[in-house]
Ligand binder design. Structure first.
Ligand code: GLC
Length: 477
């Protein structure tokens, strides 16, 4: 493909509305080529972006773009992207005295051209990023995109190739490695996923657990004959335990809150109620007023003596969209989104975290991060990219009406404001203080949500959601 050639010849929504056309155009403008092949898109086309790595292609940012590529018959681009990312693994440099685990994939990469026109890829494994944290979620988004590719195209042969098999085994072995842990959830350092700087999201953040579940599902792509049987069994078993653990212990509704409020502490032994030794004094004041009676959500983090009561959107939405929440939890969480619409959606779907941390808490937890001041960026800012998981979650709950309402809010403002990365303020009325414009995943999220709204069945066809056991037996009978 010649770099100036359009990537989509006549995409599904061409001419449907100026905002949809503009969103496709932004993806076109963001194309990254390597050896003449389209392999990704930059995070933002804003030449004045506050950090130079916005000109990189990020694995997590490419995910919604990758799904659009699949829907627009550009599966070749997804294949090239998956292949390239996998090969970059070899570029990982040794850190002094230790190595980043071999299954870890880069957060981002860029193609550099020297004077004689030679191309070189530079990958960032967290060794160049602000805060220097290894991106745990990259390997997860990579495996979820691989599953989407296989589900949508039926090209299982690609996943069965020896290199992909090796990569999958590495990722699963890394996630399933035994550590010093007693929980089935996966422990990670602060800032190792979409929130990629200090925000008190170390330990067992919800988003990582939801991504972990979908990653374990990728074990079904392993060929059993290549000695992977044990890995497959272990992944299946872990997935069952992980699901029931998160459903049981992360869930918060008024009944659970009442129980925690009256918890006894310092309980030893088996079958105790207060397993994690949560002190009721740690329940923040806002929770009791904010949580509606017939609603609930999954708390942001859980560990010894610690329950992070903040509402983290991406984790909660993935719990819904991927079918990880129980049927009752699905109803209650959807009620919460509907009843707390002003706080969580406001003028721009959707707030990444509610509520913001302020004062001493902000100082101690973020390390006085001026980018993450209250109600901005990762600390209570609104991220338009979340429209695709929001729409997916609401469709899964049978609430196409709410999904449509949220999408209309995006359509009205995003193009007008030139596709910002995030919005600020309690309601998301302000364009983010240090937000880029021309942020590609904002446009991709918006587009992808449109495809889902018009054809909710895509969630199953792309393998984001999976049929429930009852649905599977219906099909087989
Ligand atoms: C910011 C976000 C991160 C995103 C990156 C590129 O660092 O926190 O999630 O991947 O920008 O858009």
């Amino acid at each position: 493909m010649i770099p100036s050639e359009p990537c989509f010849s006549y995409p599904r929504y061409a001419g449907a509305s100026p905002a949809l056309d503009d969103a496709y155009q932004l993806i076109e403008d963001a194309k990254v080529f390597y050896r003449g092949q389209l392999v990704g898109t930059v995070a933002s086309v804003d030449l004045n972006a506050p950090a130079s790595n916005y000109a990189d292609c990020f694995v997590r940012d490419f995910f919604p773009v990758g799904l659009i590529m699949l829907l627009e018959n550009r599966e070749d681009v997804v294949r090239s992207f998956l292949y390239l990312i996998m090969q970059l693994r070899g570029q990982q440099e040794d850190l002094e005295g230790q190595q980043i685990a071999p299954g870890v994939l880069p957060a981002s990469f860029r193609v550099q051209h020297d004077e004689s026109g030679n191309e070189r890829i530079i990958a960032d494994f967290g060794d160049r990023a602000i805060g220097r944290v290894a991106p745990v979620d990259s390997m997860m988004w990579w495996s979820i995109l691989l599953q989407a590719y296989v589900h949508y195209t039926g090209d299982i042969a690609f996943a069965h190739g020896p290199e992909i098999q090796r990569m999958l085994r590495m990722i699963l072995s890394l996630c399933l490695q035994s550590r010093f842990e007693v929980f089935p959830t996966l422990p990670v350092p602060d800032g190792s996923f979409m929130i990629d700087r200090r925000m008190g999201v170390y330990g067992h953040p919800l988003e990582i657990q939801a991504l972990f579940d979908s990653t374990l599902r990728a074990a079904s792509l392993l060929l059993p004959e290549s000695g992977s049987h044990w890995l497959l069994n272990m992944a299946q078993r872990r997935r069952e335990i992980l699901r029931s653990y998160v459903q049981r212990y992360y869930w918060l509704d008024m009944d659970v809150l009442n129980r925690i409020y009256r918890f006894e502490t310092e309980m030893l032994g088996e079958n105790v109620e207060n397993l994690f030794n949560i002190h009721p004094e740690t329940i923040p004041l806002w929770v009791q007023d904010w949580l509606p009676d017939d609603a609930g959500y999954f708390v942001g983090n859980l560990g010894p003596g610690r329950m992070d009561f903040r509402f983290f959107a991406q984790g909660n939405l993935l719990m819904l969209a991927t079918g990880m929440a129980t049927a009752n939890q699905r109803v209650a969480l959807t009620n919460l989104i509907e009843q707390r619409w002003t706080d969580l959606i406001g003028r721009m779907p959707m707030k990444l975290v509610y509520p913001a941390i302020e004062g001493d808490e902000w100082r101690l937890i973020t390390g006085s991060d001026p980018k993450n001041i209250p109600w901005s960026y990762h600390n209570g800012g609104h991220w338009p990219v979340l429209i695709w998981p929001l729409v997916s979650a609401l469709l899964k709950s049978g609430r196409a009406d709410l999904a449509g309402m949220a999408w209309n809010l995006v359509e009205k403002r995003l193009m007008l404001n030139r596709w910002p990365e995030y919005y600020d303020g309690r309601l998301g009325r302000l364009v983010g203080r240090r937000a880029n414009i021309g942020q590609v995943w904002s446009a991709a999220g918006f587009l992808l949500a449109r495809y889902f709204l018009d054809d909710p069945g895509l969630l199953l066809r792309l393998g984001i959601d999976e049929p429930s056991p009852a649905e599977v037996s219906e099909v087989n009978s």
